[in-house]
Design a protein around this ligand. Sequence first.
Ligand code: GLU
Length: 368
Amino acid sequence: MNKYNWKRIVVKVGSALIAPNQQGCSSHYLLSIAQFIVRCRAAGVQVVLVSSGSVAAGKHLFPDTDKVDITTKKAMAAAGQTEMMATWDKLFDFPSAQVLLTHADLRHRDRYVSVKDTIFSLLDNGILPIINENDTITTDKLKVGDNDNLSAMVAAAADADALIICSDVDGLYDKNPHTNDDATLLSWVNEIDDEIYAMAGGATSDVGTGGMKTKIQAAEKATSHGINTFIINGFTELSFNMLLEGKNPGTHFQPYDEPMQEAVHWMTHTSKAQGAVIVNNDFDAALNEETEQLTPESIVSVEGDFAVGDTILVRKDDGTKLAKAKSNYSSCLLNFLAEQDDEKFASAFQDKTGPIISDKNIAVLEDS
Ligand code: GLU
């Protein structure tokens, strides 16, 4: 057991495993997952569970199928969440804890640190954190939107060694296995590039495997944090037995050789830009090294409403994205400084107040 030598793992379970018939929760597929969790814990591996299924579990309590609007879905999530937690809880003889998150909780650094601390405190006390998105209170602006990406953010926060995403297929195929008999399973993925996204089915592709794209996004987030990521078939017990034997039952995405630093990873993959600073097209300062080179004179315009400490995007007038960074100035103050005709005033102001973006919290983007 624990042939992989993991200390901590995140297991992500989707709605189809929890409420397969949308008639409330069923333990049918959860038994082998629960047994896997029990055996991991017995071998000293800490486990965090990211579980979907609140909407699917709550659906049967809302018989009026003509009226499934967003408010009803939120109500289904509220009702189904307790049923889902109760179903998991009865499979374990150790305590579990419900943690409901939105993207807003993860993109604010202090709330993110608080989530992280809570997860570690639960794990240190032998309690199984069961995490889901807080669907009842999320709006489009606040949500992560899918639990694949949420599980990768959680895996990064928990500094996990592995993220195991339970799917309804054996892993990533080169073509959609539901419609192509000759589709081949990829056992290993060393680098997540456009070709891999195309296999998962992008917006313009018709070879999509349905729900695979968000799993690849999650794998990208996790592997860049140094986390081994697996997409496995969660419907078969064999997948979990193989993992326990140190074998690969699905697709294993290799972690980066040189993972991103914690703060840079958070800035790149979890934080969300609240606005943007647009600089001259000829701006060529190395933002990672000399952030003070981002001066009010190089700013063409400021977009959005942001406060001191918010994440912003720095991009050129031609659209090239340069960096995501923590702003030390509010949008209001930056607008004011950028509009000053007297350059000396702006630079004297900056000399006093320090760099516009903080060099400790910057993610340089290669995007164009
Ligand atoms: N949070 C949603 C639920 O519990 C599921 C989101 C997802 O499956 O990606 O129903």
